[in-house]
Write a protein that binds this ligand. Structure first.
Ligand code: AMP
Ligand code: FES
Ligand code: ZN
Length: 329
């Protein structure tokens, strides 16, 4: 670890990694041992390592996998689920794994719904991001989990930060944080690995013998996030620690109020006419519009139920860019 000027053997590396995660959980007040945490697992190294570490730290965790129906030459979704099942059997046999397969639940795979809704200009990533965020939030909130944890690492966070900074997206910058508090119908979202470099989570997965999906989603190849990651890697090579500095100094500025959103950004939140989930739009939420879920009879749900201003802001903070490629869960 060049930026920490540390050299550790495998067992000590594992220990350092676990202790550092605990420190991040406490520093950002993510959750306690009395709370239940839902870990969103994709089958990649970050989320499987996260489930492993939280279990070793004694947190009460369950997993959630969203089956996207993305296959191709790599049989990406099948492979992801196989790695997750294998991991669960070996590392967290007592935990529950929730599986929501979008085709079984909503009738189409992600590539099919992306084509049918013509969302994302030929790329399914936007439809995918919206669906994953919706399913994760809904399951976490409805099943009473105190927090939804994702495996986002420093490389992910720095790439999103760079994108948002280059476009001075102050609204998104205000909402980029290790913890997004819960609101009415919205689960608390936490990113315990946000200060780990991607190579550090990969090293942990290796040390713990975690077999994960090495390939990334075939649709992610060559996307904008990867372009920013490459730029940041060049910067890091010249100046070790630059990525961490970029991100942590941003968090400091954010805490100091530099990115507080103006009041006009505080969007009133309503409940979706169809599914009852929080939404900024009147009528159907973006998910129901995309999946074209028919509206129920008018008396089936209370319509246009505006939430309080405080809930609305907390909720709006949690609902990030539905149309952006760099969607941040
Ligand atoms: P990504 O946006 O693919 O970089 O994923 C970021 C995080 O989102 C991962 O570390 C997981 O915690 C979560 N995630 C991504 N894809 C899935 C999925 N299909 N099912 C459950 N969680 C996922
Ligand atoms: Fe969603 Fe690639 S399109 S993971
Ligand atoms: Zn809805």
């Amino acid at each position: 670890m060049r930026h920490h000027k540390l050299a550790l053997c495998a067992p000590h590396y594992g220990e350092w990694f676990v202790v550092s995660t605990q420190r991040a959980i406490e520093k950002y007040k993510m959750f306690t041992r009395a709370e239940r945490v839902l870990v969103a697992v994709s089958g990649g190294k970050d989320s499987l390592a996260l489930w492993d570490v939280l279990t070793r730290l004694g947190y009460a965790t369950d997993g959630l996998y969203v089956g996207l129906g993305i296959q191709g030459e790599l049989a990406y979704s099948d492979q992801s689920l196989a790695r997750i099942r294998e991991f669960q059997a070996q590392h967290v046999p007592d935990a529950t794994l929730h599986i929501v397969d979008v085709q079984e639940t909503y009738g189409k795979t992600i590539p099919e719904i992306a084509r049918a809704s013509s969302r994302g200009h030929g790329k399914p990533c936007s439809a995918c991001g919206l669906t994953k965020r919706y399913v994760m939030n809904r399951l976490a909130a409805e099943r009473g989990y105190a927090a939804l944890a994702t495996g986002h690492n420093l490389d992910d966070e720095a790439a999103v930060l760079m994108q948002n900074t280059l476009h001075w997206q102050t609204g998104y910058l205000a909402r980029q944080a290790p913890v997004l508090e819960a609101g009415e119908g919205l689960a608390r979202k936490v990113k315990p690995f946000c200060r780990f470099y991607e190579r550090e989570t990969a090293a942990y997965a290796m040390v713990r013998d975690i077999n994960y999906v090495y390939d990334e989603c075939p649709h992610a190849v060559g996307n904008l996030t990867n372009f920013y990651k490459t730029l940041l890697n060049q910067l890091e090579a010249q100046s070790p620690g630059a990525k961490l500095q970029f991100y942590t100094q941003f968090l400091k500025a954010r805490r100091a109020g530099f990115f507080d959103a103006p009041s006009s950004d505080q969007i009133a939140l309503r409940v979706c006419d169809v599914c009852g989930q929080p939404t900024t739009a009147p009528g159907r939420c973006a998910f129901c519009r995309m999946w074209d879920v028919a509206a129920p009879p008018n008396d089936a749900l209370e319509l246009g139920n505006a939430l309080s201003a405080q809930d609305a802001w907390t909720a709006a903070s949690a609902r990030v860019a539905e149309n952006m490629d760099l969607s941040d869960l």
